[in-house]
Design a binder for this molecule. Structure first.
Ligand code: ASP
Length: 307
């Protein structure tokens, strides 16, 4: 676990880009480099927001928007298709100060589902809005709308292997971000295209508050990635927070226990979490997880495979 100096909490941030096997990356250093560079850029975007006095919510939204636009990741533009070849995106965001939260599920026309999730939180009394209802609101609010064909990938360049040729079919890359701002507030956000070839209408953990995303200034902010059904059934994001609250555990121990519980139920994946002292954990039980973080004392860490 990254430890912080408890007397000088400033700001800190952690990012994930999905968990999985990723064995193909070991044979493709160029692609691996692209992922590391994208994580580095995302970390930079988020830490600049926080350095300039932006809120944790602002940092989370901006980082996730960047990752939603990056086709390396299974979120936004890079989302994987369902069994019918259609795109149904999910996202959620939560404010640790107020415990307000917002989410969208199964949307096909919103370019940045994380911003729609934030708008649900800020502009409605609801937490989760799905499908065409969410799209109608996003349009009304002036969020960027796209034709569903937008998510169908780019035309491959004839001169170089396309990104699609390099990426595995079962692409990893749900994205998430957790942040601590200079005001001592936490936020968490998660965005995904869901599981590749999922049943049409299937919703995973990413837009479910308490499953894929949770934030509470009294405990931690957390964003999960992995096979969503396990994270929903075990309420992993809230489970982590509850272990800190009810058992009075530090983040590191609560995270170890939450991951052990996931593993005990054969759940695969991982999560990133941060507390109000800027302590950060990034545990996973898959062979790899894209992750990056910056501690309150400015130390940066970017990794894919176990350290
Ligand atoms: N948790 C996501 C879902 O089940 C997928 C992922 O994290 O890769 O929809």
């Amino acid at each position: 676990m990254a430890q912080s100096d408890k007397t000088t909490p400033k700001y800190a941030i952690a990012i994930h880009g999905g968990a999985g096997a990723m064995s193909r990356l070991k044979k493709n250093p160029h692609l691996k480099e692209q992922y590391l560079r994208a994580l580095d850029t995302a970390l930079h975007i988020g830490s600049e927001v926080l350095k300039d006095g932006g809120t944790a919510l602002d940092a989370v939204e901006k980082v996730v928007r960047y990752l939603e636009d990056n086709r390396l990741f299974n979120a936004g533009k890079g989302s994987v298709a369902n069994a019918l070849g259609e795109y149904e995106l999910d996202a959620s965001i939560m404010d640790g100060k107020t415990l307000l939260a917002g989410a969208v599920a199964g949307v096909s026309r919103i370019r940045h589902p994380i911003s729609a999730a934030r708008a649900v939180m800020e502009k409605t009394p609801h937490v989760l809005i799905a499908g065409t209802g969410a799209e109608a609101l996003a349009e009304k609010w002036g969020l960027e709308m796209v034709d569903p064909a937008f998510f169908h990938g780019n035309v491959p360049s004839p001169s170089s292997p396309s990104l699609d040729d390099q990426l595995p079919l079962d692409k990893w890359g749900t994205v998430g971000c957790v942040a601590l701002d200079q005001y001592g507030n936490l936020a968490a956000g998660t965005s995904t295209g869901g599981l590749s070839k999922k049943h049409p209408g299937r919703i995973g953990d990413s837009p479910i508050i308490g499953a894929g995303t949770y934030a509470d200034n009294a405990t931690c902010a957390v964003s999960c990635t992995g096979v969503g059904e396990y994270f929903i059934r075990l309420a992993i994001a809230h489970d982590l927070s509850a272990r800190m609250k009810y058992k009075n555990l530090p983040l590191s121990q609560a995270a170890t226990e939450a991951l052990q519980r996931l593993s005990a139920h054969q759940g695969k994946g991982g999560f990133i979490a941060i507390d109000t002292s800027g302590n950060i954990v990034t545990p996973f039980n898959t062979p790899a997880m894209f992750r990056a973080y910056q501690t309150p004392d400015g130390q940066r860490h970017i990794a894919i495979f176990p350290d």
